[in-house]
Design a binder for this molecule. Structure first.
Ligand SMILES: Nc1nc2c(c(=O)[nH]1)N[C@@H](CN(C=O)c1ccc(C(=O)N[C@@H](CCC(=O)O)C(=O)O)cc1)CN2
Ligand SMILES: NCC(=O)N[C@@H]1O[C@H](COP(=O)([O-])[O-])[C@@H](O)[C@H]1O
Length: 212
C-alpha cells in the first residue's frame, strides 16, 4: 500500500476527500501522516478523527525558507512517504524541498493553469470577466504553480457568482479530481519525465487530462 503524506495549512477538505477515497477503496493508498504549518488548521482535526498521525511545523521558528524546508523534508521522510500531496499548503517551497520529492510531489491549484498562478485566483477570474474557471492538479517544481499540469476540471462562472460561490464550485470539482490523480500515481500510471506529465506511457498535453 503506497504511503501518502499530506501537507496542509487550512480546512483540509481535499485531505478529507483523499482520506475518504482511501477508506472506500477508490484510492490504493494510505494517508500515513498530515503536516501543517498552521496549528489551527481544521485539517488536523480531520486527520486525528481518521486516526492519522499529525504534526505541526510552523515556519515562524526558522531563520529562512531553506532551513524550514530542510526540517519539512525530515518530517516527511520520517513518515516514509511514497507520495507527497500539497492540499492547501500555503508556503512557497524552495529547491531544498522540491529537490527531495520532485516527481512524487503534487499540488492542487484553484485555477485553469497557466492562468492565475499564485493567490486570490477566484477574485482574479471574476475581475477578468472570465466565463469559465476551474482547478488544476500538477507536479510541483521550483517554479511556483509552473510544474507539468496533470489534470484540469472546469466550472462555469455565472453573473451571480462571487469569490465564495466560485470557491465552492471549484471545491466540488477538486474533491473528485485530486483523489483520481493520486490514484493514478499510486497505481504506477502517472510519472513526471522530461519536464512533462505522463499517463499510461503517453505524454499529457499542457492543460493535462480534461475532466468534466
Ligand atoms: N516551489 C513551489 N512551491 C509551492 C507550489 C509550487 O508549485 N512550487 N505550489 C504552492 C501552492 N500554491 C498555489 O497553488 C501557493 C501557496 C502559497 C503561495 C504564497 O504566496 N505563499 C506565501 C504565504 C501566504 C500565506 O501564508 O498565506 C509565502 O510563501 O510567502 C502561493 C501559491 C505551494 N508551494
Ligand atoms: N495556491 C494554493 C491554493 O490556493 N490551494 C487551494 O486551497 C484550497 C484548500 O482547501 P482545503 O484546505 O479545504 O483542501 C483548495 O481550493 C486549493 O485549490
Amino acid at each position: 500500500m503506497k504511503r501518502i503524506v499530506v501537507l496542509i495549512s487550512g480546512s483540509g477538505s481535499n485531505l478529507q476527500a483523499i482520506i475518504d477515497a482511501c477508506g472506500e477503496g477508490r484510492l490504493n493508498g494510505q494517508v500515513v501522516g498530515v503536516i501543517s504549518n498552521k496549528a489551527d488548521a481544521y485539517g488536523l482535526t480531520r486527520a486525528a478523527t481518521a486516526g492519522i498521525a499529525t504534526q505541526v511545523l510552523s515556519h515562524k521558528g526558522f531563520a529562512d525558507r531553506e532551513s524550514y524546508d530542510a526540517a519539512l523534508v525530515a518530517a516527511v521522510n520520517d513518515f516514509g512517504a511514497d507520495l507527497v500531496v500539497l492540499a492547501g499548503f500555503m508556503r512557497i517551497l524552495t529547491p531544498v524541498f522540491v529537490g527531495a520529492f520532485e516527481g512524487r510531489l503534487l499540488n492542487i491549484h484553484p485555477s485553469l493553469l497557466p492562468k492565475y498562478k499564485g493567490l486570490n485566483t477566484h477574485q482574479r477570474a471574476l475581475d477578468a470577466g472570465d466565463n469559465e474557471h476551474g482547478v488544476s492538479v500538477h507536479f510541483v517544481t521550483a517554479e511556483l504553480d509552473g510544474g507539468p499540469v496533470i489534470a484540469q476540471a472546469k466550472v462555469a462562472v455565472d453573473s451571480s457568482d462571487n469569490a465564495d460561490s466560485l470557491a465552492h464550485k471549484v471545491h466540488l470539482k477538486e474533491h473528485v479530481l485530486y483523489p483520481m490523480v493520486c490514484g493514478w500515481f499510486v497505481d504506477g500510471r502517472l510519472q513526471m519525465g522530461e519536464g512533462k506529465a505522463w499517463l499510461d506511457g503517453q505524454v499529457l498535453p499542457p492543460c493535462g487530462y480534461a475532466t468534466h
